[in-house]
Design a binder for this molecule. Structure first.
Ligand code: AMP
Ligand code: ZN
Length: 155
């Protein structure tokens, strides 16, 4: 059996210095943050599939799942699960998708590992296309999600 390649091809590969999500982690780029702990940050996707579409990132730069160790992989999905509860409650959603793309062939556009948490409503009937929200809507939903996550952590 062939051993797997150590790297997954992504023409978007960049250094940490030029990485959009490292810039968000460092506060060098603005974001609508909904959650942060010592090792992770979660913020709204700027081009969302639904209101409340959130990205969960480890703060440490790693491009794909294969650049993280097992503990980091477990932790980022644990945080995504926790964030999903705040996202669903804040948006009155009926369910959510988890998406995590690795490499150009899988449509990975930002080469810093992230887990998408995408809430969906029954009335959306499975719709999976980008929507446009203005800054006010983004700020409002981010505030509602952050408040839900905080409330669920400390009821
Ligand atoms: P992926 O295709 O899994 O790499 O997803 C990257 C996601 O990051 C896309 O859904 C983009 O809309 C989103 N994105 C790109 N730049 C930013 C940014 N500065 N802030 C928030 N989301 C972003
Ligand atoms: Zn990065």
């Amino acid at each position: 059996m062939r051993s797997p390649p150590k790297r997954i091809y992504n023409s978007a590969s960049v250094s940490e210095e030029d990485c959009v999500f490292c810039k968000i982690v460092a506060g060098r780029l603005p974001s609508h943050k909904v959650y942060e702990d010592a090792k992770h940050v979660a913020f709204l996707d700027i081009n969302p599939f639904s209101e409340g579409h959130t990205l969960v990132c480890p703060k440490r730069h790693g491009e794909t799942l294969w650049d993280m160790d097992e503990r980091e992989i477990a932790e980022v999905f644990r945080v995504a699960s926790k964030v999903s509860m705040g996202v669903v409650a804040a948006t009155n959603a009926d369910g959510f998708r988890i998406m995590q793309n690795n490499g150009e062939a899988a449509n990975q556009a930002v080469p810093h590992l992230h887990v998408h948490v995408i809430p969906s409503k029954l009335e959306d009937k499975g719709r999976f296309t980008r929507i446009k929200l203005d800054e006010g809507q983004m700020a409002r939903v981010a505030g509602a999600i952050a408040a839900e996550i905080a409330r669920q952590a400390d009821p």
